[in-house]
Design a protein around this ligand. Structure first.
Ligand code: HEC
Ligand code: HEC
Length: 359
């Protein structure tokens, strides 16, 4: 595997990678060059909603251009990224479900192989500083390396993807247009183009957003407002802020023991992290079933029933879910109905139907 082709991407802090191969790939000489590509392509505006905190990703290091974004989109939809050219990113991340994988408890990749985790939606990534259920990737730009090399996802060598792209005159032209007229496709440019596409995937136009920003289209019913209140009392410590996550790793009691998947422990190796997973955002949650890292629940009703009566005890169970020796979160039938109504106000159809993000 050629390391040199990837040695100029990014200038930020490199995050943890999940495998040593990836680490070697990513770290070796990586941040030696921090000179930005000169490009006169028109900068694409990334939506920065006023109800969100400041982004974590430094857009100035990889400014989104029309050409870069469109190239990233083409790559995202192209199975050329996988070993046998059968699987595209978009096969597991489908736009109408906020780029999650509907009806799949766990992902389904190359040769029909099953992974062990539910595909996360791809949205609002520039507000995160770690990715995946266990935080195994610490830089948005490197996410595709993980998918490409994962033996049950795309099972391909990123250097070989770059070689395939270089052998394709159309792609060479598109890379040249996006990146300062260079004649060869490089690994860093491939990652930058995908990052530009992913940076644009901002979802913040749900009815709830219009409501909190006092915009037209923000009317909420009495029941939805009750749901918001219940949510703030009972859920918002973990599903915090308008990102609906405190970006921490916690165990919410879906299993008694975590044998198949150790969660955050697989990255940190700390025993106290077994069974902890990243608190997921609840944006577009009505579109992203099934739920939890292992796709355990098919419906939001089942998720609410879990919190009300199904929480399982284990050594790392979050203390918030075991107060006064009582497991779970007390919810009346009315609370559940109101919560359900509220969660549905987090659906952003402008995002899920945005033609700019489709093939
Ligand atoms: C075979 C299905 C599959 C394919 C193909 C796939 N992914 Fe994923 N993706 C997943 C799963 C499953 C997860 C969650 C993995 C985990 O947490 O360990 C994920 C996680 C992600 C995340 C993390 C989101 C977050 O909030 O942390 C991003 C972004 C992403 N994928 C982008 C991509 C890109 C870009 C490609 C193509 C290069 C791709 N994926 C290909 C299944 C897939
Ligand atoms: C102690 C922190 C905590 C509290 C309190 C909490 N959650 Fe969660 N929630 C999590 C974690 C962690 C996960 C992911 C667990 C996993 O996949 O293993 C999660 C997952 C979810 C999911 C699945 C999302 C997806 O995309 O798969 C939904 C829906 C959800 N929570 C709703 C709620 C609601 C509604 C409440 C309040 C009744 C609530 N949560 C309270 C931590 C919490």
């Amino acid at each position: 595997m050629s390391i040199s082709i990837f040695n100029t991407i990014g200038c930020g802090a490199v995050g943890r990678s999940r495998t040593l191969t990836l680490l070697a790939f990513v770290v070796a000489g990586l941040f030696s060059s921090c000179k930005k590509d000169e490009t006169d392509a028109k900068t694409y505006e990334v939506f920065l909603p006023s109800n969100f905190p400041a982004p974590e990703y430094d857009l100035s290091q990889n400014p989104v251009t029309k050409e870069g974004f469109e190239l990233g989109r083409k790559l995202f939809y192209d199975p050329i990224m996988s070993r046998d050219s059968t699987i595209a990113c978009a096969d597991c991340h489908i736009s109408f479900s906020a780029f999650s994988h509907p009806d799949h408890a766990v992902s389904h990749g190359i040769d029909g192989l099953l992974g062990k985790r539910n595909a996360l939606p791809v949205q609002n990534l520039i507000w995160q500083s770690s990715y995946f259920w266990d935080g195994g990737v610490g830089q948005m730009d490197f996410i595709p390396l993980n998918a490409i090399t994962n033996p049950v996802e795309m099972d391909e060598d990123p250097a070989h993807v770059v070689a395939k792209l270089n052998a394709n005159a159309n792609y060479r032209g598109l890379f040249k247009a996006a990146f300062a007229g260079q004649d060869t496709v490089t690994g860093p440019h491939m990652l930058q183009a995908l990052a530009q596409f992913m940076a644009m995937l901002v979802s913040a136009n749900s009815r709830y957003d219009h409501h909190v920003r006092n915009e037209p289209g923000g009317n909420m019913s009495a029941q939805e407002l009750t749901g918001l209140q219940v949510f703030q009392e009972k859920c918002a410590t973990c599903h915090a802020t308008d990102l609906f996550t405190d970006r921490q790793y916690r165990n919410n009691g879906i299993l008694n023991s975590f044998t198949i998947d150790h969660g955050r422990n697989e990255v940190s190796t700390l025993p106290e992290d077994v069974g902890k997973f990243r608190v997921p955002s609840l944006r577009n949650v009505a579109l992203t079933a099934p739920y939890m890292h292992n796709g355990k629940f098919k419906t939001l009703e089942a998720v609410l029933e879990h919190y009300a009566s199904g929480v399982k005890d284990s050594p790392t169970l979050d203390p918030l879910l075991k107060q006064n020796g009582q497991l779970g979160i007390p919810l009346t039938a009315g609370d559940k109905e109101a919560l359900l109504a509220f969660l549905k106000t987090l659906t952003d159809q402008d995002f899920a139907r945005d033609v700019r993000f489709q093939k």
